[in-house]
Design a protein around this ligand. Structure first.
Ligand code: SF4
Length: 267
C-alpha cells in the first residue's frame, strides 16, 4: 500500500475528526455546559470580556445589535474575491510550494477532552507551516483587548492540535476604524505591511487601521484556555465583569441579575 504523504495523513485526521464530531452531535445532548458538544473560540474569547454574557447568550439566545450587524457586514467584505475550493485541494495548496491564504478556514480539534472550533479571518500558510493568523476587529478602540489575544491564541492551539507545526506562527490583530468596512483595499494593505515587517513583533499603522503583530505564545494560550474550559466542564459559575461600562452597553442588561448599575453596584 502507498505510504501517505504528510498532507494526506493530516487531511485524513481532520476529516475523521469532523465525522466523529458530527456523529457525536447526532447522538443528542453533549456532556459540557449548556449540553454543548463543541466550544467555539469566539466563546472562549468572550469569557475574557464577560463570562456571564456568554452564559446569557446560551440561555436567552443571540440578540442582534447594530454593532454585530455592522461587524458581520465588514467581515463579508473581507471575503470578497475569495473562492471556495474542495477540502482536498485546499490541503494540497497549504502544503504546496506557494504561499496561500485560507479565509475562514474551519479549525477543529480536541483539547483536554473538549472539541474546540474556530474560523480565523485568514491564515497565511507556506509549505504546510501556518505563518500568520489575521484577525480583524472593526472598532474605535486604539488597541486590542485581552479577549482578542485569547481568540487568536485559541486558533494557535487548534492549529497545533490539528497537526501543524506552530513554531513560526505569528498573529496580526487588525483594529480597523468602523468606516474601513467599505475599504476594499484594507486587506491588501494590511498583508503588504505585515509581510514587509518580517517575523518580528510590531505595531504597524495604516491610514484607517492599526496592526498589532505578535509571536504566538503557546504557554500563554494554553493557560488562558485552561481557565476558560473549567466553565464548560461546569467547575464554576459564570463570572460577571467588574467593569460597569461593559454592562451599560450590554444587550442582556435588563435580563442579567449580575448587571452593574450606574454606580457600579450589582442589582
Ligand atoms: S449586564 Fe454586565 S455582567 Fe451582565 S452579561 Fe452584560 S456585561 Fe456581563
Amino acid at each position: 500500500m502507498r505510504k501517505l504523504a504528510r498532507w494526506e495523513r493530516q487531511l485524513e485526521n481532520y476529516t475523521s475528526s469532523l465525522k466523529e464530531f458530527a456523529q457525536e452531535a447526532r447522538k443528542g445532548e453533549g456532556e459540557f455546559r449548556f449540553n454543548s458538544h463543541l466550544i467555539k473560540a469566539s466563546d472562549i474569547a468572550g469569557q475574557y470580556f464577560c463570562e456571564k454574557k456568554i452564559e446569557m447568550k446560551h440561555l436567552h439566545g443571540e440578540i442582534k445589535t447594530e454593532r454585530k450587524t455592522s461587524g458581520t457586514k465588514a467581515h463579508e467584505m473581507l471575503l470578497e474575491g475569495t473562492v471556495r475550493i474542495k477540502r482536498k485541494d485546499l490541503w494540497k495548496k497549504i502544503h504546496g510550494e506557494k504561499t496561500v491564504f485560507t479565509p475562514e478556514m474551519l479549525l477543529l480539534a480536541r483539547y483536554k477532552g473538549l472539541v474546540l472550533a474556530g474560523r480565523p479571518d485568514s491564515i497565511l500558510f507556506m509549505r504546510g507551516f501556518p505563518l500568520i493568523v489575521f484577525e480583524y476587529k472593526f472598532s474605535r478602540s486604539q488597541r486590542p483587548f485581552r479577549n482578542h489575544h485569547v481568540q487568536v491564541g485559541t486558533y494557535g492551539i487548534l492549529l497545533k492540535n490539528m497537526g501543524f507545526d506552530i513554531n513560526r506562527l505569528f498573529y496580526a490583530i487588525v483594529i480597523a476604524d468602523p468606516q474601513a468596512k467599505d475599504d476594499k483595499k484594507l486587506k491588501e494593505r494590511v498583508v503588504k505591511m505585515v509581510i514587509a515587517n518580517g517575523p518580528k513583533e510590531a505595531v504597524l499603522t495604516t491610514e484607517n487601521a492599526r496592526i498589532y503583530y505578535s509571536k504566538f505564545n503557546e504557554k500563554e494560550a494554553e493557560h488562558d484556555l485552561d481557565w476558560a474550559i473549567e466553565f464548560w466542564k461546569n467547575n464554576r459559575e459564570a463570572i460577571p465583569t467588574r467593569n460597569p461600562n461593559k454592562c451599560r452597553s450590554c444587550e442582556y442588561g435588563e435580563k442579567c441579575d449580575a448587571s452593574l448599575n450606574v454606580e457600579g453596584q450589582r442589582n
